[in-house]
Design a protein around this ligand. Structure first.
Ligand code: PAF
Length: 280
């Protein structure tokens, strides 16, 4: 398993694989890997020949008051995890390699990024789509793997890949949870012991919403109300949003029918956590 810092060397390695007729998988990550990304890497390893894992904390997807500096980093640990999972190459560029001076071109999206995180993190998805588009052009994978925990990101990447004809298969990977239900996230490391306990309110509240839908509730407003009233029982929780949208277009629905995303973002102390389920 090799760690490569430059676009040029990554391109050369992938080109040699292509000459051999190999199928290439890509797992884009921001590092500090846990069982979530590890499961995506495992999926890629089982469905492709070589797998490339990018480890890059992408500065342009963080707003001015977000956690770019604090975002946890540990390349040594990431290398061990990628190697143990069967990945073949880590692409770990410096920001200056990805964004040389006078970098002024972006992939911008509408529709799928209007609500949820797009509404409260204005430049976030432009940054995500731009870096993912660059990674697609650098690696030119056959398949790329993304977690369903970032469901709006997944829907948005699927959309720009379709709209801009990237010709890459986007493979969704299920949410991986701790035994007590908390969705795994690199940001869980920000939580102290009391906040870690309080964070269970996210998965518990979503479970109540899901149960109501499974028992026949079709009114999106009622499901939102069930989730919000349970979230508000936790004193350390501050709701950012609770939304019910169609998973393809990320637009609000009044009645739950078809593939529907129920998504929440909640501050636990200063840490903003997201979670969701998809139904239908
Ligand atoms: O989900 C993430 O970790 C990031 O948004 C991604 C897709 C690696 C782009 O920086």
């Amino acid at each position: 398993m090799k760690v490569v810092k430059t676009i040029q060397e990554t391109r050369e390695i992938v080109a040699a694989w292509r000459k051999e007729g190999l199928t290439v998988g890509l797992v884009p990550t921001m590092g500090y890997l846990h069982e979530g990304p590890q499961s995506w890497i495992a999926n890629s390893v089982s469905e492709n020949d070589p797998t490339v894992v990018s480890v890059f904390v992408n500065p342009i997807q963080f707003g001015p008051n977000e956690d770019l500096e604090a975002y946890p980093r540990d390349l040594e640990r990431d290398m061990q995890l990628v190697e143990a999972t069967g990945g073949d190459l880590i692409f770990n560029p410096e920001p200056s390699e990805m964004y040389p001076s006078h970098f002024t071109s972006f992939i911008d999206t509408t529709e799928t990024t209007e609500l949820l995180c797009g509404a409260v993190r204005p430049i976030h998805f432009r940054g995500v789509c731009t870096v993912v588009g660059k990674l697609f052009n650098i690696v030119r994978p056959d398949r790329a793997y993304f977690g369903q925990k970032d469901a709006q990101q997944l829907a948005t990447i699927r959309r720009f890949v379709r709209d801009l004809d990237f010709g890459i298969e986007i493979v969704p990977c299920p949410i991986i949870r701790e035994d007590d239900g908390l969705a795994k996230s690199s940001r869980n490391t920000y939580l102290n012991a009391e906040e870690r306990q309080a964070a269970l309110i996210l998965s518990k509240s979503l479970a109540l919403g899901k149960k109501a839908i499974e028992e026949g509730e079709k009114d999106a407003k009622k499901v939102i109300e069930i989730i919000k009233s349970n979230l508000s029982t936790e004193p350390l929780a501050r709701i950012d949003y609770v939304e019910v949208v169609d998973f393809e277009n990320i637009q609000r629905v009044d009645t739950i029918a078809g593939e529907t995303l129920v998504a929440i973002a909640v501050y636990i102390g200063k840490t903003r956590l997201i979670d969701n389920f998809i139904i239908g």
